[in-house]
Ligand binder design. Structure first.
Ligand SMILES: Cc1ncc(COP(=O)(O)O)c(C=O)c1O
Length: 367
């Protein structure tokens, strides 16, 4: 009865984890910042409502916002894009969907990180393409250019990169990104670079493949940086020609991103970035606490340099997840992110310092 392309697509197992609540439950399954949106963004929403800014906007988003994004790309990422080469989207999620719909034909292959964010696999399948997992290095979750090269076939169309990564927290090295960008040019492939955790970074520096090749489409958003997950606002940028095609999917899918969310995003981008700095500093404090506790317990865990996730090896993800839940701690089993994530779990530290402390005490009991 339903379309064949929906077969093999499961509803996210992480969503189920999100929903586990209870008085004594500590949920480390959460994938969103537990902070409030910046005050200036709140004010911008109130103003937008009062001024009746509640109608359709241009399909690709309000000009002022696209100009602010173009400026940010130029100054921070060294990527030159005109406001016309940017589409404001309903979250990075919509941008991912648009890219896969606009680029992938039936049977074409898309390389996706494994472990990686769930939507990559689902979006490629929804476009009737074939997701090909890129096994990340066991030791440090590195995305090796050589591994990517070995997976390229005649059917390969695109490579999805995600740095900092969900679920591993790994941040890609400049040289690796550059090498993958060169590979994409040589083989005429497109890189779809998901950079939503760009700002949530502790030790390393963020590099975008867009700095090294015109073949890159950059996806970013406001959900994580400005704790605006519910406002559903993001953007995508690429060469003019690609943007024209993406716009076809966007136009007939959503018409435009919500007007008031665009107002909030503009205020967030133009305002002081101190709110972001203090959120990141708090995430770092929590990361250090969690990492040190896990290390003391003797758990095998790579120290994440970005995002707000940790991805330790727990030997048996099923029994670990069940035992943790018995102690009132929710974690996500690693294989939810791809077969290479098996027997790891994802801990999110987007919850308070005290709760993480308590969660670690409980985990220690079952380890
Ligand atoms: C790697 C990654 N990309 C994209 C998204 C989606 O973000 P948005 O809220 O902007 O749709 C998420 C959300 O968890 C994510 O982890």
């Amino acid at each position: 009865m339903y379309a064949k392309r929906l077969r093999g697509i499961e509803l996210s197992r992480i969503r189920k984890m999100f929903d586990i609540q209870g008085k004594d439950i500590i949920n480390l399954g959460i994938g969103e910042p537990d902070f409030n949106i910046p005050e200036n963004a709140k004010d911008a929403i109130v103003d937008a409502l009062e001024e009746g800014f509640t109608h359709y906007t241009p399909n690709n988003g309000i000009e002022e916002l696209r100009e602010a994004i173009a400026k940010k790309l130029k100054v921070e990422n060294k990527i030159k894009r005109s406001p016309d080469e940017i589409i404001v989207t309903v979250g990075a999620s919509e941008a991912l969907y648009m890219c896969t719909q606009a680029l992938i034909d039936k049977g074409e292959e898309v390389l996706i990180p494994d472990p990686g964010f769930l939507s990559y696999n689902a979006c490629v399948k929804l476009a009737e393409g074939k997701p090909i997992p890129i096994p990340l290095e066991k030791k440090d979750f590195r995305t090796k250019p050589e591994t990517i090269e070995s997976l390229i076939t005649k059917k390969t169309k695109a490579i999805i990169l995600n740095s900092p990564s969900n679920p591993t927290g790994a941040v890609m090295e400049k040289d690796d990104i550059k090498a993958i960008a060169e590979l994409a040019e040589e083989k005429n492939l497109i890189i779809i670079s998901d950079e939503v955790y760009e700002k949530i970074i502790y030790e390393k520096k963020h590099y975008s493949p867009g700095q090294f090749t015109e073949n890159a489409i950059i996806i970013n958003g406001f959900s994580k940086t400005y704790a605006m997950t519910g406002l559903r606002i993001g953007y995508v940028t690429g060469q003019h020609e690609i943007i024209e095609e993406l716009l076809k999917v966007h136009q007939y899918n959503t018409a435009c991103a919500p007007s008031i969310s665009q107002a909030a995003a503009l205020a967030a981008l133009k305002g002081s970035q101190k709110v972001v700095d203090s959120m990141v500093a708090e995430f770092k404090r929590r990361r250090d606490l969690m990492f040190n506790r896990l290390k003391k317990m003797g758990m095998e865990c790579n120290k994440p340099a970005g995002a707000f996730y940790m991805f330790p090896y727990v030997k048996d993800e099923k029994s670990f997840t069940e035992n943790a839940l018995k102690e009132g701690v929710v974690v996500v089993p690693g294989s939810a992110f791809g077969s290479n994530g098996k027997d790891h779990v994802r801990f999110s530290y987007a919850t308070s310092y005290d709760k993480i402390k308590e969660a670690m005490d409980r985990i220690e009991k079952i380890w």
